[in-house]
Design a protein around this ligand. Structure first.
Ligand code: GLU
Length: 256
């Protein structure tokens, strides 16, 4: 099975941009174990901007694009350094791939991306993908890693996309405000009603929210692939997903 796992900024870092060491250690351990069990794993990781902010000791996320790009350039090194170190502990090798929206749209570049990715997987390597924030301004930006991970998963014929976030899944109402909001375990169609359930706000340092996750779900479902949104605060949830236990919200691919 080929799995794409997307990890959001809020899962990897604290609100001040410093890395959440316990979370990252557990996450890399569980992913290493799943890889040992024979799964092909492609990781799409956010967190570069937040880690750059943490490293620079900035009080808040900068508003202007060059400062965000500078933070991303600093944080991306930190991110890969940590992944390299943590996966190495379990004998796994990581590779960095940075993409822009234009790379996905250009046939030749996209085919180069796929070829590299295929070879890395054949070599047993764990590819870690992020948007190339240094290059990507609004015209060529995918914009958020939810969408980027869905385009990647569909493009490399993955069997499943898992979005690990700071929320358990899709709820019948905003669980932060409505006490009796209930988690929806399965969605077969992204109807207007489902779309309406998505608020628009992510956490302080993150980019996506439920809206981008539903867009990602639509891309996966159209490609005939399932997508799961689950809470990354306990990385063991990844085991639950593969053991068929209740975990987050599953969006069922068309024709399944
Ligand atoms: N590429 C951005 C980063 O690494 C994150 C985009 C997103 O959170 O979706 O900080």
């Amino acid at each position: 099975m080929r799995i794409v796992i997307k990890v959001g900024t809020s899962t990897l870092t604290y609100g001040n941009g410093n890395i959440n060491i316990r979370r990252m250690e557990n996450l890399c351990k569980v992913m290493s174990d799943l890889k040992n069990s024979g799964l092909e794993i492609i990781l799409v990781s956010s967190g570069a901007i937040a880690m750059g902010i943490g490293k620079l000791g900035l009080k808040e996320k900068p508003g202007d694009i060059p400062s965000k790009q500078a933070a991303a350039a600093i944080g991306q090194c930190e991110l890969m350094y940590i992944y390299d170190k943590l996966f190495q502990e379990h004998n796994h090798t990581v590779a960095q791939i940075l993409m822009t929206g234009a790379d996905f749209e250009n046939e030749e570049r996209f085919s180069n991306f796929r070829n590299t990715l295929d070879r890395l997987l054949e070599l047993g390597v764990l590819p870690v993908i992020n948007e190339n924030d240094t290059i990507a301004t609004s015209e060529i930006k995918v914009g958020d890693n939810d969408t980027l991970s869905a385009i990647t998963a569909a493009g490399v014929n993955a069997d499943l996309l898992i979005l690990l976030s700071d929320i358990d899944g899709l709820y019948t109402a905003d669980p932060h405000r409505v006490a009796d909001a209930v988690l929806i375990p399965e969605v077969k169609e992204i109807s207007a009603d489902i779309m309406e359930l998505a608020g628009s706000k992510g956490s302080e340092l993150a980019t996506g929210g439920m809206v981008t996750k539903l867009h990602a779900a639509q891309i996966c479902m159209d490609a005939g692939m399932d997508m799961v949104i689950a809470n990354g605060s306990n990385p063991n949830i990844l085991y639950d997903i593969f053991e068929g236990k209740p975990a987050g919200t599953r969006f069922v691919g068309k024709g399944k």
